[in-house]
Write a protein that binds this ligand. Structure first.
Ligand code: FAD
Length: 525
């Protein structure tokens, strides 16, 4: 059956991850008369749209949802585990994601063998861990007006809570030990703390993970001017008279192409595919795809010293129990210790156990330390106009090298993670493990924001592409700094600023629904 696509809206959003959803939510709140169409290439996994797959109780249904998120060539078999994840020679792949099939490493370069994406309603936000730390020190883009308030808005949209695991039996021990070793000299807001997580504890005690469903919220779901169209690939942004004028979108169900006119287009299609779509649309500023940065990640595992193993409770195999024993602890980035550290129960972390090692629940914790990349313009995405990817868009080739400063930073992170591990207990391995570049899944910089249009950035502080009025970009690619912490909260905060700018423009100039009465959009699944 052919679906009806709108012909004209006020705002088109491309991509339904947390950042695209943030635009839909803020616009629904601040410009309720505006007509909005959100196109998502991946399928709808669950109801409500954007639900985190960890909230799907049935393991078979959850596994099917993860497989459905794997893009144009889903794997035949998948597991609900992270097996193989720690081998740096393997290309790491996590449930719900798929790897860039080729072009991830050029001869003589490090590349990003772990470069991955998700294609589904909710994007990677249907599969993520939900760690939402605020950036600190040099991580923060200093030219963004009102960043603190924007981060608070991001926390509201994502439903961030730092205390959901306060009753985890080993959480206090973990934090006290880390704090005693690492807090001296740190500012109050950069001391070891519970990790702010996008989770909620329900009345029955269950923990649920925030996905785009939480970001959309009831306000978006009940907005009769909002339409979400899954399995709809945006193939280009239409530029007319030098400004964004709409999109071309292909219905993946029947292959029919549609053109949808819009006054504002927001491309929130992840850090690899947002610049790809701009390139495919002929929008090719000098900084497009450049300054690519991924956070080198180091992992280690520790058996907690002197804890009462009987305090741990079996949580079964359901993913909703993964951090119930030791919570998630946060060692914040500082300019003096420029690493972001997180410590969590091992089954939530990628370090493998020996087959015969059956720990008491929660007594083994995994440590993950993320480094800030030494940002280089030469680390970039190249788009091939003659070779196409699985969706028929210009194929992506990654150019990426770790510099001498990166190698020094990784060596320093080894020392830092070892110090944290020693504070907690006995390390299980002799040495920390470096994950393959790209494994962090935190790719930044490819459509970066800047304070002036000097050729080193793609968009202004409101995320509007320099020189292309009406075209906005969103996602981790917008982040201009070398942040080491998990980036989604920062990206959602920057999306809030962009959405407010669009809402202000629509409010001052009038929306399509008020100027072209009768345009109605039905909810489309
Ligand atoms: P995405 O969530 O990637 O969504 C982009 C969407 O755009 C996708 O659904 C895609 O299908 C769609 N799209 C792409 N191209 C097109 C097109 N041409 N037409 C239509 N649709 C298109 N981050 C953290 O901050 N903290 C964490 O703890 C954390 N843990 C993670 C754990 C895992 C296992 C994974 C997989 C990710 C994790 N992340 C974490 C990363 C986090 O999920 C991403 O930062 C976040 O989802 C980015 O949001 P986004 O909206 O920018 O992009």
């Amino acid at each position: 059956m052919t679906r009806e696509f709108p012909t004209r809206v006020d705002v088109v959003i491309v991509g339904s991850g947390p950042c695209g959803a943030a635009y839909a939510r803020i616009l629904s709140e601040q410009a309720p008369d505006a007509t909005i169409a959100l196109f998502e290439v991946g399928p709808l996994l669950a109801d409500p749209p954007g639900l985190h797959v960890k909230n799907i109780a049935d393991p078979a249904v959850r596994a099917a949802a993860q497989r459905a998120s794997q893009g144009p060539a889903p794997r035949d078999q998948d597991s609900d585990t992270m097996s193989g994840y720690a081998d740096p020679d393997d290309r790491l792949v996590r449930p719900g994601t798929f790897l860039l099939p080729d072009g991830y490493r050029q001869p003589g370069e490090d590349g990003l063998p772990g470069a991955a994406m998700s294609s589904n309603v909710g994007g990677m936000g249907a599969h993520w861990t939900g760690a939402c730390p605020r950036p600190g020190g040099a991580e923060r883009p200093d030219f963004v007006p009102g960043l603190e308030e924007l981060l608070s808005e991001g926390e509201r949209l994502l439903g961030v809570d730092a205390h959901a695991f306060d009753d985890a039996p080993f959480a206090d021990d973990v934090r006290k030990r880390l704090g005693a070793a690492l807090d001296p000299g740190r500012a109050d807001d950069r001391q070891v703390a519970p990790m702010p997580l996008a989770v909620a504890r329900q009345a029955d005690g269950r923990i649920t993970w925030s996905g785009s469903d939480v970001v959309f919220g009831e306000t978006t779901r009940s907005n009769s001017h909002f339409t979400l169209v899954p399995e709809a690939l945006v193939t280009s942004v239409v530029i007319a008279g030098g400004r964004a004028a709409g999109v071309r979108v292909r219905d993946q169900r029947d292959g029919v192409e549609h053109e949808v006119a819009a006054r504002h287009v927001v491309v929130a299609a992840d850090s690899l595919r947002t610049p790809q779509l701009l390139w495919a649309s002929g929008v090719r500023p000098a900084a497009l795809g450049r300054y690519l940065n991924d956070q080198p990640q180091i992992v280690f595992a520790v058996r907690l010293r002197d804890v009462d193993a009987r305090a741990g409770v079996e949580t079964g195999t359901g993913q909703t129990g993964i951090v119930a024993q030791s919570g998630v602890s946060w060692v914040p980035y500082t300019d003096d210790a420029p690493f972001h550290g997180q410590v969590m129960q091992l089954d939530a972390s990628p370090v493998p156990l020996a087959a015969d090692d059956v720990p008491a629940p929660g007594t083994i914790v995994g440590l993950g330390w993320f480094c800030a990349k030494d940002i280089q313009a030469t680390d970039h995405l190249e788009f091939d106009d003659h070779a196409l990817d699985g969706y028929g868009l210009p194929a992506i080739r990654i150019h990426y090298r770790l510099t001498e400063r990166d190698h020094a930073s990784i060596a320093a992170a080894h020392d830092a993670i070892r110090a944290a591990a020693d504070a907690l207990g006995e390390p299980l391995d002799r040495d920390p493990l470096d994950l393959a570049p790209g494994a962090s899944l935190h790719y930044q910089g490819t459509v970066r924001m800047g304070s002036v249009d000097d050729g080193t950035s793609v968009c202004d502080p409101s995320s509007q592409v320099w020189g292309v009025p009406g075209l906005f970009v969103a996602g981790n690619g917008v982040i201009p700094t070398a942040i080491a912490c998990n980036p989604t909260l920062t990206s959602v905060a920057l999306a809030v600023a962009g959405a407010r700018a669009i809402a202000a423009d629509l409010t001052s100039t009038g929306t399509a629904s008020s100027t072209a009465a009768g345009t109605s959009i039905s909810r489309e699944n």
